[in-house]
Each structure stands twice: as C-alpha cells, then as structure tokens.
Write a protein that binds this ligand. Structure first.
Ligand code: PMP
Ligand code: GLU
Length: 398
C-alpha cells in the first residue's frame, strides 16, 4: 500500500479559471461554436517590438541562466517603470523577477508565512490566493465584502479580522474578479491599519494599467515609507502587455525580503526564462502607446457590456472600474430550470450556459461568491454582443 500523498498538497483544488479555459479551448478545438469569457487573458497579440526583442535574444544566444532574481537590466527597467507609473522608488536589489506573478505571489507568501499563520483576503477574491495560502501551510481568513460596500474591504473590516496570528493581508487593486479600484483615501485607511498592527501587505497590482472612466490607480506602496516597508508589491507583464504566455512577473520589497524570495527562487526555478526577460525589458522600457490602445479597447468593451447587461431583466452587476472582469449576480435564477438543468448555484449556471448556450463563464464559487458568475471582457466586441445575445436566449427562451 503506497504511503499517503502530502496532506497539504492533496487539499489544493485545481484552478477553476484554468479549468474553464481548458474546457473552452477543447470545445473550440473540437469545432464547436463556443464563445469564451472565461480566463482573464487579453485577446490581443503581444506587440511586435516585444516579440522582435525575444527573437533577437535567441539570435544572440541569450539563452543561458540569468541571476536568480532576474537580469539587472530588467530589474532596472522594473524600477524605472514603478517610479514613473506608481511614484514608488525601488532599487534593483529590491526586485525579484519570477515566472509569472503567480510564482511571485507563491514566493512572497513562502517568504512571510509559517504554518498556522493567518493571511487575510477580501471576498470576492481571486481563486488562487486561497489555494496559494494553503500551499504554504497558512490559514486563509476570508472577509466577506458584500455588495453594500461595493465589494471593497474597509479599514474597520480589516481591523476586525486581525488576530495575533495575522501575518499578511492580500490587497488586489484593481481587483479580479470584482473590477474594484480603491481610492487613495481608502488605501491610506487600510495601510494605517496594517502599520498599526505590523501586518505585511501583499499588494497585487497586476491590473494597474487597466482602469477606466474617472477611476485612478494608486499604488499602496507609494503612501509612505512605513507602508512601503511592510509591502511586497506584485506586478508583471501578463495583463498590461498581452504577455500571458511569456510568464514574467515580479515582486518588489525591502531588500531583506527580496533576498529571501531570490534565495527560494534559486532552488525552485534557478531564474526566470532568459528570452522572456529580454522581451519584458522591451515591454517596460519602450513607448507605452500600444498599451494605451489596448486599454481603450477594453474601456469601450466595458461600456458596451455594462449598457447591454443593464437591459437584461433579473441579472445585476456593479459596474467595474478596472481590470477586465464583470461579476454578474444570478441569484434570481436559483431554483429555476435553465437549459434543462435546475440551478442551485453559480457552478450549475456556468455549466448549463456552457452546455446549452455555448458560452464559457467562470462561476465565482471558487472566488467566495457562489451566487455570481464572472465575465472576462478581454474579447472582441462582436463576441461580447454575441455572448449577451446568447445570455438572453438562455435565460428567457420560451
Ligand atoms: N494576480 C491576479 C489578480 C491575476 O488575475 C493573475 C492572472 N493570471 C495573476 C496574478 C497572475 O498573473 P501571471 O500570468 O503573471 O502569473
Ligand atoms: N488570472 C486569470 C483569471 O483569473 C488567468 C487565469 C489564472 O491565472 O487564474 O482568469
């Protein structure tokens, strides 16, 4: 009888976002007319100048291990970009580049958390936070941030969740899945609570370039040295530069934290991919105009989506200010039959919509919001139109 697998590993559930995306891609490959609003991945191609840099890297044999924390050139580029865009100043020895922001998050948690330590997350939360915390032996503490607070964590909610075991608070701004963008005042209140209680802030700002309308992004690390000292800032090129497959993310933190992260990484993956680092350097240092074009396209899609969905009876949304997601409340359909299936929760809804309506959405059950589904509008306007037509037929077909 083989011995049991690791208890920590066995309790980790597969990522719902990745699972939905895989199912959608399989259906598509089988020739089905299915539309994907599942995984949050820009539909744009990586800009040409970035791709060319990778080709040049291969041609010039930039194909060997780099320093564990990433090339100095890329870490300098990260520092310059953070200074320009976020008004926060880091040195290259405070930056570690990893194979995607997901790995940066895992390493940040590994650097901070001992078994039994608590890490606070705001529900709805991105599915991977919960599992990543458990993967390092931590205890996720979920704070329900209802629709009345606009899905936002307030300073009072955060204070009430802190115990002597609290090690860190994960702040996702702009947020996946809610699209919430925190104001400077709200961030400053949250930061004060963390400083008062010496709680680390893991600030996942990967969607920072994607804010719309009157919303403005503020990096929490820019709110003072005392806040910055406690912050591990997480960012990357996946979303803003349409580079999800290149797998480059980074963390920025006090040098002693960055050192630990780099040490861990040196054993885990040696270093990030050398070619992708060249491409990411180009992304961060070249003109940002193609990025702004993508942002505007997302903004137009968001507007269309909000307008159209507001005409659909019985579904509700809180218009998002950032990222490229909309959470839709489907509680009015619980107990009804759709596509031949009785709907008990968001999982049933998403399953039935995919099978009967040929539209892939992510149920927010794994995000701590079991009566919501998430649409990613990182897809063309035509697809959005068609997807919403299909939603109406699915919900109200006679
Ligand atoms: N943080 C959030 C909130 C995300 O939605 C994602 C999506 N993948 C990531 C981090 C990880 O990004 P990466 O592709 O760089 O691993
Ligand atoms: N973060 C994206 C999402 O939420 C991509 C998939 C993933 O990494 O989870 O859909």
């Amino acid at each position: 009888m083989p011995k049991e697998l690791s208890r920590i590993a066995a309790q980790v559930r597969a990522s719902t976002t990745i699972a939905i995306d895989t199912k959608y891609k399989e259906m598509k490959a089988a020739g089905m007319d299915v539309i994907g609003f599942g995984a949050g991945e820009p539909d744009f191609d990586t800009p040409d100048n970035i791709k060319m840099e990778a080709i040049r890297a291969i041609g010039s044999n930039f194909t060997r291990y780099t320093p564990a924390a990433g090339t100095l050139e890329l870490r300098e580029a990260v520092c310059t970009r953070l200074e320009k865009d976020c008004g926060v100043s880091y040195k290259p020895n405070e930056v570690v580049v990893s194979n995607g922001a997901k790995q940066s998050l895992f390493l940040a948690l590994s650097a901070l958390v001992d078994p039994g330590d608590e890490v606070i997350i705001a529900a709805p939360y991105w599915v991977s936070y919960y599992e990543l915390i458990r993967m390092v032996g931590g205890v996720p503490v979920i704070v329900e941030c209802g629709e009345t607070s606009g899905w936002k964590m307030t300073a009072d909610m955060l204070r009430a969740a802190i115990t002597p075991k609290t090690k860190a608070f994960i702040l996702n701004n702009p947020s996946n899945p809610s699209g919430v963008v925190y104001t400077t005042g709200e961030l400053s209140d949250l930061a004060r609570v963390c400083v008062e209680s010496d709680v680390y802030i893991i600030a996942d700002e990967i969607y920072y370039k994607l804010v719309y309308g009157d919303a403005r992004f503020t990096s929490i690390a820019a709110l003072g040295e005392d806040v910055k000292r406690l912050t591990i800032l997480i960012n990357g090129v996946s979303k803003s530069y349409a580079m999800t497959g290149w797998r480059i993310g980074y963390s920025a933190a006090a040098p002693e934290i960055a050192k630990v992260i780099s040490n861990l990484q040196s054993h885990m993956s040696s270093a990030p991919n050398s070619i992708a680092q060249k491409a990411a350097t180009e992304a961060l240092t070249a003109s940002q105009s193609s990025i702004e074009l993508m942002r505007r396209a997302f903004e137009a899609r968001r507007e269309y989506f909000i307008e159209r969905v507001s005409e659909v009876p019985d579904v509700k949304i809180i218009p998002p200010d950032g990222a490229f997601y909309v959470m839709m409340d489907i509680s009015a359909f619980i107990g009804r039959t759709l596509g031949g299936v009785e709907i008990h929760n968001a999982d049933d809804f998403a399953d039935a919509f995919l099978t009967a309506g040929h539209v892939a959405l992510v149920p927010c059950t794994g995000f701590g919001a079991p009566k919501h589904v998430r649409w990613s509008y990182a897809t063309s306007l035509e697809n959005i139109k068609l997807g919403l037509d299909r939603l109406e037929s699915f919900l109200f077909a006679k």
